[in-house]
Design a protein around this ligand. Structure first.
Ligand code: HEM
Ligand SMILES: *[C@@H]1O[C@H](CO)[C@@H](O)[C@H](O)[C@H]1NC(C)=O
Ligand SMILES: *[C@@H]1O[C@H](CO)[C@@H](O)[C@H](O)[C@H]1NC(C)=O
Ligand SMILES: *[C@@H]1O[C@H](CO)[C@@H](O)[C@H](O)[C@H]1NC(C)=O
Length: 334
């Protein structure tokens, strides 16, 4: 325990004294750069931001939905826009997977962004980069931290519905399964706690947490780590059967604000998903990180930026691998 606590302290010290982000990320011989489109499409980021802002004005939840798309893209075959492909020919769309079906949304906004970019600079800006930029813009619009997005990812020629089912963490995964799934992506304990803070905005369906309300471990009892009065409140709109698609704020206190309220909720045993609450109840190290983020929003924001940049760097296609799709929903030639 003592040595892991010392390690955590060291991590926080490093975060406090290091620059927010670096311009170039080295991935072996592969590199992404924040300046990637400076000459080929200088208005790219402005165009993305404008479309995201229009969508956000109509529907503030879109910020959460776009942020989640970047995550569900990066955890499956890397950040390569595989998530965006519709089924056709040999491609079975990831949109059919358990985590995405009746859940992932925002694809029309990505289509609009791509259309605008094709008008400005055809076949230049990848769909994978659109996801990364719109995730950043979404966080900023909701009041969260800003960062320079590394760019230069290319788009996949295929999808993996199996990867989507297996590699994206599930809301009833145990703490150790969550950590294993993050480690598989090169992400660590601190990344797990920081990136879960994305649940400071957005919604969940009843079906994603019902198990906790009625029969958490198969003994007919609710999850004891869930505040009883919050649980009974949730049960009124999330019945034992029916109402699967009913929506609930992941952070009911400040549902549209990207802040550190999520961590305060966990401390009060009011994390909506089991995968949220276990960060406070199942591991002493993550509990300590939750407490630090709950009391220091600046520390959460700085850590979040580092972690989401790391997530955005998961196995990108670069150089002549993959392609720049003309339409994000399909490969150029099939
Ligand atoms: C730690 C493992 C994670 C699990 C188990 C998990 C699970 C979930 C589930 C079950 C939902 C509700 C989906 C529904 O019922 O329709 C959700 C929503 C969401 N997740 Fe996660 N998530 C995790 C990590 C992340 C990460 C890393 C991010 C972003 C970087 C993220 C961003 C979001 C957002 C923003 C929403 C709300 C989406 C909306 O309102 O459209 N999640 N997540
Ligand atoms: C987790 O949820 C899935 C889907 O509802 C279910 O099939 C599975 O049995 C659950 N796992 C556990 C350990 O409860
Ligand atoms: C709870 O789950 C267990 C195992 O899945 C099942 O056998 C049992 O009937 C369930 N109990 C209730 C009250 O739903
Ligand atoms: C967490 O800390 C408590 C008290 O400090 C200790 O008893 C317990 O064994 C620790 N749990 C783990 C999983 O390290």
């Amino acid at each position: 325990m003592a040595s892991s606590r010392a390690t955590l302290f060291l991590l926080f010290s490093l975060i406090a004294f290091s620059p927010l982000s670096t311009a170039v990320t080295y991935m072996g011989d592969v590199e992404l750069s924040t300046q990637f489109y400076d000459h080929t499409c200088p208005k790219a980021q402005e165009i993305v931001k404008n479309v995201v802002a229009q969508a956000y004005a109509k529907d503030p939840r879109i910020a959460a939905s776009l942020l989640r798309l970047h995550f569900h893209d990066c955890f499956v075959k890397g950040c390569d826009a595989s998530l965006l492909l519709d089924s056709s020919g040999t491609i079975v769309s990831e949109k059919r997977s358990v985590p995405n079906r009746d859940s992932a949304r925002g694809f029309e906004v990505i289509d609009q962004i791509k259309l605008a970019l094709e008008g400005e600079c055809p076949l230049t800006v990848s769909c994978a980069d659109i996801l990364a930029i719109s995730a950043r813009d979404s966080v900023v619009m909701a009041g969260g931290p800003d960062w320079a997005v590394s760019l230069g990812r290319r788009d996949s020629l295929g999808a993996s519905v199996q990867g989507s089912n297996n590699d994206i963490p599930a809301p009833n995964n145990t703490f150790s399964t969550l950590l294993t799934k993050f480690k598989r992506q090169g992400l660590d304990l601190l990344d797990l706690v920081a990136l879960s803070g994305s649940h400071t905005i957005g919604d969940s369906r009843c079906t994603s947490f019902r198990q906790r309300l009625y029969n958490q471990t198969g003994n007919g009892q609710p999850d004891l780590s869930l505040d009883p009065s919050y649980a009974s409140q949730l049960r009124t709109h999330c019945p034992q059967s029916g109402g699967d698609q009913n929506l609930f704020f992941l952070d009911p206190v400040t549902p549209f604000k990207f802040d550190n309220q999520y961590y305060k909720n966990l401390i009060e045993h009011k994390g909506l998903l089991s995968s949220d609450e276990v960060l406070f109840t199942q591991n002493n190290d993550t509990m300590e990180i939750v407490e630090k983020f709950a009391e220091n929003q600046g520390l959460f924001f700085d850590t979040y930026v580092k972690s989401i940049i790391k997530m955005g760097n998961i196995s990108p296609l670069t150089g002549s691998n993959g392609e720049i799709r003309k339409i994000c929903r399909r490969v150029n030639h099939n």
